[in-house]
Design a protein around this ligand. Structure first.
Ligand code: ADP
Length: 312
């Protein structure tokens, strides 16, 4: 089959992609188009379907329904072509724990019939963090170092498309930041990057994101586009008894939703029904004396909650 790549700017295309495990639906008709050279984030909580989507796109799993293409190749019929041009870093640790850093890289290079030197320019910056530990067994590296090595291994054959399944889960904040910087540099080299994460604050690192829940995409847009689509007024509320305050707020007419984020309660309100003074009075009646209320801007988490509520 003629590779569809020619005039197409899309690196990855999914149409109506669905997959269940027995009676458990994991993907329910996903449509997606990832542009060449972008960092595309798939953001959603555990169990949302992110790994299932990545396994289908990297040809490790067959969909029940729908079609998917990577660089113009059909994931079912042309899986061999796809395996040569993608790099995949699965969520669970993928390295050989008993082999050293150097040995892991060599094994991954030999699987793809290449050498570490062949594409050293791609991994150089990342490998510089690992070099001091090159004789250490992978199993003895810190979480952040393991992820950097896994990224090097996924890059060693110079993939056109890189799939990273939750690369920052469980690693320290400094390593998280470094990893995102590394992805930014890889994008500069023309690699298309699909990355999944449960951390909504990582959305701003992506060119575009898809918010996923229960196997469905809630919305796909740039991070700024998602935030500007938030439709309610949002107040940040703090009080002394935060646990009971949530319950009190949720019972007030005009309060659309209320969730705890960081140190405050993000509260979506219908301002045609309630204003700040009226709300304060309601809360005082319920025993909440010291309550601070301020209008805040919606973040990705707020948008996720709003979209999730609408879709349920
Ligand atoms: P995520 O990567 O977002 O955590 P997954 O794709 O791993 O989501 O899972 C999506 C849904 O499919 C979840 O309900 C999960 O429990 C279920 N699931 C995933 N893998 C299997 C499996 N091998 N067998 C049965 N259910 C599975």
């Amino acid at each position: 089959m003629e590779r569809l790549k020619s005039q197409n700017r899309a690196s990855v295309i999914c149409t109506d992609l669905a997959k269940s495990y027995g009676s458990v639906p994991a993907l329910r008709g996903v449509n997606m188009e990832v542009t060449k050279g972008e960092i595309f984030g798939i953001i959603g909580p555990d169990g949302a379907g992110k790994s299932t989507l990545f396994r289908i796109l990297t040809t490790l799993l067959l969909p029940d329904k729908g079609k998917a293409y990577v660089e113009g190749f059909d994931t079912v019929k042309e899986y061999r072509n796809i395996r040569k041009i993608v790099g995949y870093m699965p969520g669970r640790f993928s390295l050989y724990q008993d082999l050293t850093v150097e040995e892991n890289l060599k094994v991954f290079a030999s699987i793809f019939n290449t050498s570490v030197q062949g594409n050293y320019h791609l991994i150089k910056d990342i490998y510089s963090h690992l070099e001091p530990f090159k004789t250490r067994r992978a199993g003895n590296l810190s979480g952040g170092m393991k992820q950097k090595l896994a990224l090097c291994c996924a890059l060693v054959h110079k993939p056109e498309v890189l799939f990273l399944d939750e690369p920052t889960t469980g690693i320290d904040p400094v390593s998280r930041k470094e990893l995102w910087e590394m992805l930014g540099n890889l994008r500069e080299q023309g690699i298309t990057i699909l990355v999944s994460t449960p951390y909504m604050d990582e959305a701003s690192r992506c060119d575009r994101i898809a918010l996923i829940q229960h196997g469905e995409f809630l919305k796909t847009d740039t991070p700024a586009g998602i935030v500007s689509g938030y439709s309610n007024k949002l107040w940040g509320i703090k009080g002394e008894k935060m646990a009971s305050l949530i319950g009190d707020l949720r019972s007030v007419k005009g309060i659309i939703s209320c969730f705890a984020f960081g140190g405050s309660l993000h509260t979506a309100v219908d301002e045609s029904v309630i204003n700040i003074d009226l709300l304060k009075r309601h809360l005082i009646d319920k025993g909440n004396i010291d309550v601070e209320i301020e209008e805040i801007k919606a973040g990705i988490e707020d948008c996720f909650m709003e979209l999730a509520e609408k879709s349920s």
